[in-house]
Structures are given as structure tokens and as C-alpha cells.
Design a protein around this ligand. Structure first.
Ligand SMILES: *[C@@H]1O[C@H](CO)[C@@H](O)[C@H](O)[C@H]1NC(C)=O
Ligand SMILES: *[C@@H]1O[C@H](CO)[C@@H](O)[C@H](O)[C@H]1NC(C)=O
Ligand SMILES: *[C@@H]1O[C@H](CO)[C@@H](O)[C@H](O)[C@H]1NC(C)=O
Ligand SMILES: *[C@@H]1O[C@H](CO)[C@@H](O)[C@H](O)[C@H]1NC(C)=O
Length: 218
């Protein structure tokens, strides 16, 4: 057997490495982050940088900086678009958020657009919601950032309709609180054939002093 065959066979039998991380809107110190990284092997943090009430999140920006200080290489942000209270346009929300992160000395790898809470946060008009998501994706990329979508099929169906697949080439961060990470029984929607990441557990108390939502990717 030649070397290439051996390498090929090894790649088939080697187990998939899972990566665990968390999101949380609670204040998290450098010490807390160090605890998560060193004692529990968490590799990434995602923080809500913009709230549905149309405000930048001054707690989370500190978390983003603290995560980096504690040695986290992978730090992302997510935006909860503001649609219902008198809000600035989605384009302005993205602009304001990304500029502010930079001004504050924060650094994120990707901005996720949170698409959930149909009754509370979105309009009744699917075409309008679609336009807002499309604009958010476009504006994020125009500013040189990577973008992804946080949702699941229940939220997606209520907010834009499960057939709407215009942003399907962006990574999907799936909200499936099944208690463990797995894409095994994923049912495609919105054009996504497989998620990129899963939020599998929420409001989890920890011995690092902070309540978190747990996430996973293969
Ligand atoms: C989507 O997430 C919500 C919670 O945000 C949950 O109630 C619902 O069951 C989830 N849908 C699916 C298909 O997992
Ligand atoms: C994931 O959770 C389900 C339901 O709680 C359980 O049946 C299954 O064994 C779990 N899988 C793993 C790998 O822990
Ligand atoms: C959520 O995860 C569970 C456990 O892995 C799985 O049985 C279920 O089908 C998943 N749901 C979706 C919508 O992916
Ligand atoms: C987490 O941070 C809080 C306040 O910043 C602190 O009280 C707590 O002891 C910290 N926990 C750990 C494990 O570092």
C-alpha cells in the first residue's frame, strides 16, 4: 500500500474533532474567560453587539476584548436587528455596529445576523423581513466583514418563509437546543443543506462564574 492510500484511509477513520464555544450577554472577565478556555477547553466566544431595542451592547464589547486577552482566537459578534421601535435603517445599524467595534478596540471574525422571535421583533410582512436580512448581509460584506445567519426552521419559516434561500451560501448557526451537538437529523430549509454551527444548550450555569449558551461545530 502506498503512502497516499494510507493517508486516505486514516482520514476516513479518524474521528471528527468537535469544537466547543459559547455565547453569553452576561459580563465576563478575563479570569472567567481563562477559566472557560483552560478548564473546559472552550475555543470560541460569540457576543451580541447590537440589541433589538436599537442599542450597542457596552457589556458585550468588553467581553469581546476580554476574550481576546484571555487567549481566545475565535471571537464573533451577532446583531439582533431593530425593526419595530423607531429604529435607524438596518444599513445604518450594521454600519454603526461595525464602526463602533473597531473604535472600541474590539475584533470580531464574523458578524451573525440573528433571525428569531417573529412575534416580538419582526414585521408581519415576509418580503420586508427578507429585504432587511438581505440588506444586513450586503452591508456587512461591503464593510469587509464575514457574515452568517443565526436561526432555525421554525423562526425562518415564520419570518421569511422556508423557501426563501437567497442567503443560503452564508453559514448557518442553527438554534437547536437538543442538549448536545449533532447535525444528524438536520432537515434542510432556506437552501441550507447543513449547518455550520449549532447552539445546543442554553442558560447553562458553570463553575466559571457565568451563565452561558453552549455551541458546537464539527
Ligand atoms: C427553534 O428554536 C426555538 C427556540 O428559540 C424552539 O422553540 C424551536 O423548537 C426550534 N425549532 C426547531 C425546528 O428546532
Ligand atoms: C444527544 O441527546 C439525545 C437526547 O437528549 C440523546 O438521546 C443522545 O444520546 C445524545 N447524544 C450524545 C452523543 O450525547
Ligand atoms: C436537533 O438535534 C436533535 C439531536 O441531535 C435532532 O434529533 C433533531 O432532529 C435536531 N433538529 C433539527 C431541526 O435539526
Ligand atoms: C467570574 O467573574 C466574576 C466577576 O467578574 C467573579 O466573581 C467570579 O469569581 C469569576 N469566576 C471565575 C471562575 O473566574
Amino acid at each position: 500500500m502506498n503512502l497516499f492510500k494510507i493517508i486516505f484511509l486514516c482520514s476516513l477513520i479518524s474521528p471528527t474533532i468537535s469544537h466547543y464555544g459559547f455565547d453569553s450577554i452576561n459580563p465576563i472577565s478575563v479570569k472567567n474567560f481563562t477559566c472557560f478556555r483552560e478548564n473546559h477547553g472552550y475555543e470560541f466566544y460569540i457576543g451580541r453587539v447590537y440589541k433589538s431595542i436599537g442599542e450597542l451592547d457596552s457589556t458585550v464589547i468588553e467581553n469581546i476584548k476580554n476574550a481576546r486577552k484571555a487567549g481566545f482566537q475565535f471571537v464573533d459578534g451577532y446583531i439582533f436587528p431593530c425593526l419595530l421601535v423607531p429604529c435607524i435603517s438596518i444599513k445604518q445599524q450594521i454600519e454603526e455596529t461595525l464602526k463602533w467595534i473597531k473604535e472600541q478596540g474590539g475584533q470580531i471574525g464574523r458578524l451573525w445576523i440573528s433571525v428569531q422571535g417573529a412575534e416580538l421583533y419582526w414585521t408581519d410582512e415576509k418580503p420586508l423581513n427578507q429585504a432587511i436580512i438581505f440588506e444586513a448581509v450586503k452591508q456587512t460584506e461591503a464593510m469587509g466583514f464575514k457574515v452568517g445567519i443565526y436561526t432555525n426552521s421554525t423562526h425562518w419559516n415564520q419570518i421569511v418563509g422556508n423557501d426563501w434561500n437567497v442567503v443560503a451560501e452564508k453559514p448557518l448557526w442553527l438554534d437547536n437546543w437538543s442538549g448536545n451537538g449533532s447535525f444528524e437529523n438536520f432537515v434542510p430549509f432556506g437552501g441550507w443543506k447543513i449547518p455550520t454551527m449549532q447552539q445546543f444548550d442554553v442558560e447553562r450555569g458553570t463553575d466559571c462564574g457565568v451563565v452561558i449558551n453552549r455551541n458546537w461545530y464539527p
